[in-house]
Design a protein around this ligand. Sequence first.
Ligand code: CUA
Length: 260
Amino acid sequence: MAMTITQLEKRIFAVAVAFVMLLFGFAALAVNVFHVGLPTCLTSVKPFQKGELIAHSPTHYELHYVARMWKFEPEEVTVPAGSIVDVYLSTIDVTHGLILVGTDLNLMAVPGVVNYARVKFDQPRVYPVICHEYCGTGHDRMAASLRVVDAATFRATKPATPSAAATPADPRSRLLIKNECFSCHSLNGVDDIGPSFKGLYGRTRKLADGSTVIADDVYLRESILHPDAKVVEGFDDVMPAPTLTDEEVNEIIAYLKTIK
Ligand code: CUA
């Protein structure tokens, strides 16, 4: 009786081994026959902080994507058709995912490591880039695009201006840029992840607990240094507390007063 069980176990073991080998076989087939770029987790590469496209030759590029709450950098990339692009992905905060819609590229952005895969682009078209790992309130807004154009169009394209162009050039906003306030707060009156700065000073704010407060110096100081103290109704308590000196807080409040 004991003998029978041993043979049954052997068979189950053999089936399990065969199944695993079949999986490896499919992976090898995908890589060698169908040229699918297998994602690779590089633990020896130091995660980078800057998103950029590096040209190694007119048809070979290295693309560094940085994922963060809640965007990809660079947001827009253009490469010529026929290019081979080595995509490296890192995150500077939580775990994100990156899918290049329309290709096999599917990478995880895991803190502390860099993930890699190679893609070849044959035809001109635009590929949306989206985050596929839930990463917080702004997850569904994490989008970017990769544009493949024909070689002549590519030569005529000027290098993309850095994303800083989207932020105001006013020197008084330097602290807001430095602390990345514009990732969530706009100057144009449109609420985003956080309330817009436009017309904020002096306004009556309705809070999540139903009470109201005037957006004066005291309120703004508290809301900058302790964002969770008074959360405005309709917004999530997601803002990290910044590290600022008293003078810096004063400078920010003085600037906010001018955004009418
Ligand atoms: Cu990043 Cu979801």
